[in-house]
Design a binder for this molecule. Structure first.
Ligand code: 13P
Length: 365
């Protein structure tokens, strides 16, 4: 695929009114969520849950779905590949290509680097053959007293850029995800400061490695205070202001789209904040050159999984729920959300799962 085709894919993914469903939880992460809902973490349960997601009529508001590699090769019960289910409704299949977080030697407590560069070129070529059009790589940065360290910022930026360059060479649009974790008691101001530092380092690394920004997407977190911050909760407008300031100071206009992760916000908060970001981007000077949309995991799936786990015979109703959440976020990406979600009671539960970085007993991704 030539670079101009990659640009077309990147623009398609960031098309106005559409966003990405992140359904690429690793076996460990999806397992924890399934088990929390009383379900088994076996291959058939994962396949059947993902069949429900991928056969929903989401094409009106979803431009791409990020899959875990197991899912990329799976099919519906009746034998249609998941890739074909997506392509048939104009949704691009994507693939998570990182192999999870590792402790960063010489870094501060809890700092990580992301594994997966060794065989990446060969893996990307293989995934492209099966039909993947884009890829995702998640790096995490932890705010703490004296941190993040320079080493954590620079190493993760450089690895994100190496990944992005390899993807473009293999015909996949890279989604670059430098997630600043919500864990901690930092203020929203500190979160903005670190976001600017991390995004500036990431953009510099992308430039150094010759990544074509027009064929690349960014997946950052919204600028939020830490989950344990004692300040009063900021309004959606405050969050929008801090987020847009950080982006305007660091992201070149060549990049077509900023696709936010939900990062532990409730379903309602993630949508309301995305909506506020888009309203502000349209009404303040200077304007914003990029599409500002979503690449949500938990904020699109939490109620869906909860509903499905309580009654698996209600597949069609569960799919309606996913479609309605996707539609609402599509509206928010245009600054036209009128809310609340029909699942508002469900969706008001915090989706913060505690530290999603690295701990000695687990590698999460
Ligand atoms: P959340 O929206 O649940 O934060 O997940 C998005 C994602 O893809 C994290 O890598």
């Amino acid at each position: 695929m030539s670079l101009s085709n990659l640009e077309i894919v990147a623009r398609y993914l960031a098309a106005p009114g559409k966003g990405i469903l992140a359904a690429d939880e690793s076996t460990g992460t999806i397992g924890k969520r399934l088990e929390k809902m009383g379900l088994k973490n076996d291959e058939e349960t994962r396949r059947s849950y993902r069949e429900l997601l991928l056969t929903s009529a989401i094409g009106g508001s979803i431009s791409g779905v990020i899959l875990f590699k197991e899912t990329l090769y799976q099919s519906t019960e009746s034998g249609k590949t998941f890739v074909k289910c997506l392509v048939d409704q104009g949704v691009y299949p994507g693939i998570k290509v990182d192999e999870g977080l590792q402790p960063l030697e010489g870094g501060l407590e809890g700092e990580t680097w992301t594994k997966g560069l060794e065989n990446l070129a060969a893996m990307c070529a293989e995934y492209a053959k099966v039909g993947a059009k884009f890829a995702k790589w998640r790096a995490t940065i932890k705010i703490q007293p004296g941190g993040p360290s320079e080493k954590a910022i620079l190493q993760n930026a450089d690895e994100l850029a190496q990944y992005a360059k390899i993807c473009q060479g293999a015909g996949l649009v890279p989604i670059v995800e430098p997630e600043i974790l919500i864990d901690g008691d930092h203020t929203i101001g500190r979160s903005q400061e670190v976001t600017e530092k991390v995004l500036a380092a990431t953009m510099a690394a992308l430039w150094r490695h010759g990544v074509q920004l027009e064929a690349c997407l960014l997946k950052p977190q919204m600028v939020l205070p830490g989950a344990e911050c004692s300040d009063p909760k900021p309004s959606a407008e405050d969050i929008a202001k801090h987020t847009l300031t950080a982006l305007r100071r660091t992201i070149p206009p060549a990049l077509p789209g900023v696709m936010f992760l939900s990062g532990g916000q409730t379903e309602e908060e993630a949508t309301v904040n995305l909506d506020a970001i888009n309203r502000m981007a349209r009404t303040t000077e200077p304007g914003c050159p990029w599409s500002l949309s979503f690449s949500f995991g938990r904020a699109l799936q939490h109620s869906v999984l909860k509903f499905w786990s309580s009654d698996q015979s209600k597949g069609l109703d569960v799919q309606q729920l996913l479609m309605s959440l996707a539609r609402a976020n599509g509206l928010a990406s245009r600054g036209q959300y009128t809310g609340p979600h029909p699942t508002s009671a469900e969706g008001s539960a915090s989706l913060y799962e505690g530290f999603r970085g690295w701990r000695a007993d687990q590698i999460t991704s």
